[in-house]
Design a binder for this molecule. Structure first.
Ligand code: NDP
Length: 285
């Protein structure tokens, strides 16, 4: 089975759109994305985020700054958004220029408006099992997995990659569902053997086709987070971390790249904005 992220994302966006339509006419969730510099991939990601936010009825805008903006100026801009009651979600598009400390910037965002789920308060709440803003990509993976397997309890899950944005929050979500989770990374020995025992594999590495056909069992469900730009037959293509073509007809479920986790990440950003809107509205009443 091919796990169609595009379709699942569309369903999620439709639900958000419906929820927003039911709000009073003067009440709309607001999302502001901060974009610094001319990073080409970031420009595309931000454009898509804005497009889909508008489509579901979120008041979305992008604040663009020159690469030379100082850290203190950027913090001032974030604080203005923290204090703006029409803004419920703030997202600072990464990566940032080298002279800006990413950690300090993330910590400047009001945790209630942190729709990326990267603020330490949200990270801590997720790992403590409390209500938290969950990072969009692992949240999207989680929804895709739940479409294929309703009860994850007792499954052997392998998360390939341990980044703060993907591998670590993914692990927390799977633990919450009572999976037995193994995280593997660049220093892990025998990854192939560990994957062969997995019921569930989430690959978030950034290495084209690393997870091969003979690494996975027939009953496995595999979610491919990777985005790798490669040349195939002289053409530029985007492929995942999984050897999708050779795996797809054999395993229980696998997500494609493109058309898998990518659209889910954006849909989950919209969901997090709605969640922030609801939380802030309750606090203000
Ligand atoms: P990072 O580079 O931050 O992390 C990669 C992880 O993979 C690290 O933990 C690293 O280990 C591990 N790793 C690297 N090489 C190997 C190897 N040979 N064997 C096992 N593990 C290895 O990447 P991100 O988490 O930010 O992104 C991962 C991929 O997901 C990228 O392709 C990125 O483009 C994509 N992505 C896709 C998104 C989407 O919406 N679809 C969103 C975000 C990212 P170590 O910690 O030891 O260095």
């Amino acid at each position: 089975m091919i796990i169609d992220g595009k379709k699942i994302a569309e369903e999620l966006r439709d639900k958000i759109k419906k929820d927003i339509k039911e709000l009073a006419i003067d009440k709309r969730p607001g999302l502001t994305v901060i974009l610094i510099g001319e990073h080409p991939a970031s420009q595309i990601y931000v454009k898509n985020k804005e497009k889909f936010a508008k489509e579901v009825g979120i008041n979305s805008n992008v604040l663009k700054f020159n690469e030379s903006i100082s850290e203190s100026e950027l913090k001032k801009e974030i604080n203005k958004l923290n204090n703006n009651s029409a803004v419920h979600g703030i997202l600072v598009q990464l990566p940032l220029p080298e002279h800006i400390n990413q950690k300090d910037i993330i910590e400047t965002i009001n945790p209630d408006k942190d729709v990326d789920g990267f603020h330490p308060i949200n990270v801590g709440n997720l790992s403590s099992g409390n209500d938290a803003m969950v990072p969009c990509t692992p949240l999207g993976c989680y929804y895709m997995i739940k479409k294929v397997i309703k009860d994850l309890s007792g499954l052997n899950a392998v998360v390939v990659g341990r980044s703060n944005i993907n591998g670590k929050p993914m692990t927390q979500l799977l633990l919450r569902e009572n999976c037995t989770v193994t995280i593997v990374h660049s220093k892990t020995k025998n990854i192939e053997k560990i994957c062969k025992n997995a019921d569930l594999i989430i690959a978030a590495v950034g290495k084209a086709h690393m997870i091969q056909n003979d690494w996975v069992k027939d009953t496995a469900v595999i979610i491919d987070v990777g985005i790798n730009r490669v040349k195939i037959d002289g053409k530029n293509k985007i492929v995942g971390d999984v050897d999708f073509q050779n795996i797809k007809d054999r395993v229980k479920g696998v997500s494609p790249v493109p058309g898998g986790v990518g659209p889910m990440t954006i849909a989950c950003l919209l969901e997090n904005t709605m969640k922030a809107f609801k939380k802030i509205s309750v606090k203000n009443n």
